[in-house]
Design a protein around this ligand. Structure first.
Ligand code: SF4
Ligand code: SF4
Length: 167
């Protein structure tokens, strides 16, 4: 099932999790361009995790504008989600452990325009995976994804047909 996110300018974006997942390289662009919609249960859950009352959490972190009754948006700060913190070119979620479902279900992928753009902003085509990921497991998951992509590209019927013509 897809998730509906709000775009920073008030529009909506449908995202269908799945696809060609890669480990997130934490450019923070999705948290800048998109906003999760959160319901009352999530509001209370995050407030509790932060040790805040429902009303204090609302005052500090929820946007006054509600897209629908019972649905909330997090405030924005410096043109990004209020919980996004930057360290150099990287972004980190301050509520990683209790972040909204929509953020959990949003997975990085080479097919997402946000991740493609984030990659460009980090260093374009010349960025090595070792510069993208500090964690060796994330690095090898990324290499594996690239290998799978290559295999898929070469096993594609159009590619093999073209290959035969060249022979
Ligand atoms: S809650 Fe965290 S993951 Fe979700 S948009 Fe905000 S900073 Fe990003
Ligand atoms: S745009 Fe992609 S790589 Fe960048 S933080 Fe979001 S999911 Fe991760």
């Amino acid at each position: 099932m897809g998730i509906t996110l709000r775009t920073f300018d008030g529009g909506e974006k449908q995202h269908f999790p799945g696809g060609k997942e890669i480990p997130c390289f934490r450019c923070g662009l999705c948290c800048t361009l998109l906003q999760p919609q959160i319901d009352e249960i999530e509001v209370r859950h995050i407030a509790l995790a932060l040790g805040l009352s429902r009303s204090t959490f609302q005052k500090r972190y929820l946007n006054i504008y509600q897209p629908k009754p019972g649905i909330y948006l997090l405030k924005r700060r410096r043109e990004a989600c209020i919980f996004l913190r930057r360290a150099g070119k990287r972004g980190f979620c301050l509520i990683q452990r209790v972040k909204p479902q929509a953020c959990r279900r949003w997975t990085a992928s080479l097919t997402l325009t946000e991740c493609q753009e984030g990659l460009k902003r980090l260093g374009g085509d010349f960025l090595a995976p070792s510069q993208l990921y500090d964690d060796p497991e994330e690095r090898s998951a990324f290499y594996q994804r690239m290998k799978d992509e290559q295999k898929e590209a070469f096993s594609h019927p159009e590619t093999s047909e073209q290959g035969q013509e060249i022979k």
